[in-house]
Each structure stands twice: as structure tokens, then as C-alpha cells.
Design a protein around this ligand. Sequence first.
Ligand code: BDP
Length: 699
Amino acid sequence: ESYDDCWLRYEPADGERRESYRTRCENVYASVGSPELGAVRDELRRAMTGLLEREPHLWQHPPRSVEGFLAVGTPDEMEMIADSVSTDRVAALGDGGFRIRSVEWEGAECVVVTASTDRGLVYGTFHLLRRMANGHPIDDLDVTEEPANHERVIDHWDDPFRRSVERGYAGPSIFDWERLPDLRERYVDYARLLASVGINGVVLNNVNTKIPGRGSANEFVSGKAGWQLLTQDGLEKVAALASVFRRYGVRPYLSVNYAAPMLIDDYDTADPLDPDVEEWWARKAEEVYDAIPDFGGFLVKADSEGQNGPYDYDRTHAEGANVLARALEPHGGRVWWRAFVYADHDDRAVQAYETFEPLDGEFLDNVTLQVKNGPIDFQPREPVSTLFGAMDGTDLACELQITQEYTGQGVHTCYLVPQWKEVLDFDTHASGEGSPAKDVFSGSEGAGIAGVGVVGEDPTWTGNYLSQANLYGFGRLAWDPDLDTETVTDEWVRQTFGGDPAVIDTVSGILHDSLPATVDYETGGLGLIHMMYNGEARLENHYDPSPAEWPGYHGATEDGIGIDRTSGGSGYVGQYHEPVAETYDDPETCPEELLLFFHHLPWEYELADGTTVVQRLYDNCFSGVEVVRDLRERWQALAGRIDDRRYRHVAERLEEQVVQAERWRDTLVAFFYEHSEIPDEHGRVPLTESNRAVPPRED
Ligand code: BDP
């Protein structure tokens, strides 16, 4: 079975460029030795064969009597490179940074890719290839790049041994734990995709580390689950994967169960202040590093949704995290502690801040607190988490969701890069105006960005060809949050679909318009959340609409809608710095797209342009569907311009998206009408048998 190459297709370059690419890249002089350089050579062979339509010659010394060549290596190892770049500048580059220059060397026209670390050479190589795949000239290059964020990690929610992926919409897990340590080619391809966009870590397993619904850790859980990766047997499998990822500069991490000492070695406690427990973790860390010397660390979901944690022993999250941190510290490992907890408060939005802000400064240096982008849970639109800008004394990571749990799963086209840009650029005002959230994550070695993974066994990797753009964009923004959306989109489209301007225009436009449309038909566009169907199944549905299930989240009553999170309400707004707090606190100044997140307003409350709340909700729900219909038509215009397989696949999904968007619209507007009893000004609501597009769900 063949898997899609995603954005690493390396289609032949245009005639005009091809000549200059051939001059400088048909001969490749790359050092050998480290695993990373093996990966570099493999990639160059593959890429140049595609781009230049000729197999490159690989050399272990500078080739003579050629017109030009590409040189990849560190100045230490390659004299030709030391001659061509300022070695001081290269030495000053941070881990992962690289330099690329077009130079003349002994009469030859060359391109030099260099770095101070082997990992930097991998990124530099992929950077050059990206430029070539985008058709950019390479005869005048002078590029220096360093990753803005030190940690750029994918969190897999793959359930080991079961091959399932929690919130995975692209088939079973790619990680075949039963067969590991046997390796699959797919692991290499995955590592290539990650490294090509600068990802440097993968958490291999789900944060939910035991089989759900089977009681507490003390009641022994049968079957195999994520916590078992910490056993000798499990570690051997992880070590095998690590050997693949290492070549691409990607470090493995594991999600661990807080009660691991009990689950694995029958301890009767996992109390972080118990010396035996402390010793257990220290020993375990040693075992892990014996097997995997470049292991990244542990990710923990504690005291949340049935997972064990320090609260089981009346300890704080800091005490809980620090015992693991002390164990990992001698080996250079890190604890990623998630801030996704529920506490005792009516308004879930206030909880993360109330729980963690008081602990600022209490976490050890090798603990990263991993905070979801918004205060609730990856809704199509949420305000930005108040923890960003509130915890100066703690390394924070922003957790984004690449998989589309709440935004159409494996079916809908919903391009999330604009949402992430909004989060990263959000001005927290923590140190006055001009304190963007992205600075919090690029602040120090332990800070960074994590994204909930999206790939599966599906030949498309992501379930929908267009969702590949989210994985690509995640990596690019984690590397450089200052990139603008248009640049990221354009790069992805060109590499994925080629250089036809009509295709580029259409696909970019579809991506660009997709998120606002989803927000409109799934929420009405005024900041409502949790309008989705949950259901009783273990893995709640989260795809279909069902607003009636969630009164506490949207506050719909006969007098109005929205949740009062103002200073007079739950007080959540007070967790922001001024003037953000003040702006959100007043419905007159609160941005319309977040209005009902912060305010409970009468149905006929008038918005700035005189339209009422209920009317705007109707309008947005209807226009969201119109946009999706339009996206479908725009895609249809591409028939014959892109390959049939990808054309049909996306066309089918857009068909389904239209049907599903109509279902959302009808369910939402009926719900708004039921509470408000106010008809739509344009006669569309109440719905009638004849204008209702699709019957709502029955259950
Ligand atoms: C929610 C998901 C659930 C995850 C949880 C988490 O519905 O599957 O386990 O987040 O982040 O969004 O831990």
C-alpha cells in the first residue's frame, strides 16, 4: 500500500530553475558519520532525484571538475565549509539553527548548508529543499535561522497495543507496539515529515495512560495500556523507535501514569513525598536512559478525567511534578505537566488559573507546564488562556490541537493556522502593551509548543488531504511563530499541489475561508462553546450538533444566552491583565466574536450595527453553510487540474461537510428559536418541513 508523500513530493522543478538547481545540487558533498547525516544523505538523494530528475552524485570529499555542488556539514568536519562561512557565526547558532549560503569555491558555484549541530544540518537541508520545491532561486542565498521555540513537540494520543487513537480520525495508530522492536518504513516517513517542519519531539502515547472506565489504579487494570511502555519490554520497543527518530533530530517522550509505581511494581502508594516512591522514579529514569540516551522526558495528565495524580495523596501539582523532575534531572530529561484539570468551581474557565497560578515558582527548572490554548477545551473559538502571562516563574508550553476533534474531525476542511496565529499573537499585556503570548513560549529552554497529533494509518496520514496543512502549519509556526498565515499556506499548497497559479489560488482561498465558516455554523460566531453532541460512548462523539446537552456552557434561557464571566459573574475576566480585562468585561467593548463567552445577554441585545444577538446568530449559521457550499464549488473547479485521487477524495468530503454544516445550522437555529421564540427577520426560522435541509439526529 502506498502512503501519500504529503508536502515532500519533490516534483520536477520548472525548466528555468532546473538548470541552476542542477548546477548547484547534482553533486552533493556531505559528511558522514552521525545518524543525522545518514538521514540528510537519504533525503537529498530522494529529493534531488525528484526535483532535478537526475540522481545526484554523493561525495565524501569536495568534487573536482564540476560546475558546482552542494555541501552539507559542520565547519569542524569540512574545511571547504569553514572556508565559506564565518565559523564564529555558525558556532553561535543555538541547537537546531543553521546557515545556508551560495558561494563560489575554487571556481565552482556552490550552496553551503551548515550548522553547529547535526540536527541543525537536518533542518538546514529541509529548508533548502523547501525553497527548491517552492521554485525559489538558490544562487544568491544568505539565510540564517534558529528555532524560536526550543521545544516543538507532537503529543500522540495513540493507545498502545490497541492501535486506536483517541481523537484520531485517520485510522489506527501508525505505531505497531505488538510488532515493535520490528520497524516499519512508515516510521521513517513520519520522522521525515516531522523534521521537515522542525518538530523535535514526539510523545508516543496517549495522556490517558490506563484503560478508561476501569476504576482506580489500585484495582488492577487488565490488558495492555500506555503505562506498560515503562516496563523493560516496553522500553525496548521505545528504543527501537528512538533509533529511527534520532536520525531526524526527534526525541521520544512517554506519557506516564502517575500511579506507575503501583501499576508496574505493586507499590501501595504513589505519594510523591514518599521516599520509596521517589526512589522508584529515580530508578525508572535510569532504566529509561540506559535504553534511550536521548529520551526527552515524561508527559503527565494528572488528576484529570479519571487519571491518577498527587491529589490522591493531598499533594499539590508542584509536589507531584517535582518528584518526576528530580528523577529525570541527572539525565537532562523534562517533565511536561498538563494544566488540563477540573477543579471545584461552577465555571470551568477559571479552573486552570486558580489551580496553577498560585504554584508559580514552585516547579523545578525541568518542569514545563503545558497549557491548552484556551481556558476550556479546543473549541472552534475560545479566548486565549489566562495562564499565558501569569506565570513568570514557570516554563510554559502552549498546547494546540492539530487533530480536529471539535472542528469536523476527519471530514471537514478546517484550516487551523489562523486560529493558532491569533493565540500566538494575542497581547497578554503581562508587561504592558506588546506582550504577545508567543513570547512566553519562546522565552527559555524549557518552554515551547505542543500539538495533539493527527496522523494515522490512512494513506492520507491525516484523514483528509487538506488536513495535512494543519500538521505542516503547526510545525512551521512552532519553529517560527512570526511567519504569517499566507506564507505558510502558500508554501504548503505549492509543495503539495504544485505551481499551477489557479490551483494555488483556489486551494489557499479554500483554506483561508474554512475556519470562519466552521465557527459560524458550529457556534453562531459570537463566542458560544460546547454546542456539540457528546453521547454515552466512551469516546464521546463531538462531531454532531446537540446544544441542548450543555446548558452550563452556553447559558441559553428564555431571556437570553451566553455565560456571565464578567466581574459581576464568574469573575473569569479578572484573570486577564488590564486593559484586556476591562475590554472583555463590558459588552460594548468586548469583541463580538467572544461576546457570549463573557456575557449573558438578552436575545434582542443590539450589536454595534444595530442587529440583535439572535438575528446575528441566525445570520452567521446560515452564512457559514453558504461559505461551505461555495468551498465545495471552488474545489469542483479544480477537476482535471490536480490528480484524480486527491481531487475526488476532497470533493467527497466537501459534499459531506455541506450536509453536516446544514445539520449544524438547523439544529442551532432551531435551538435559538426554541428559547427565544423570536423568528428570523428573513423568514428562515422557525424552520419548516420544506426548508429544513436534513432532519436532526434522533437520539
Ligand atoms: C478532550 C478530549 C479527550 C482528551 C482530553 C485531554 O475530548 O479525549 O482526553 O481532552 O486533553 O478534548 O486530556
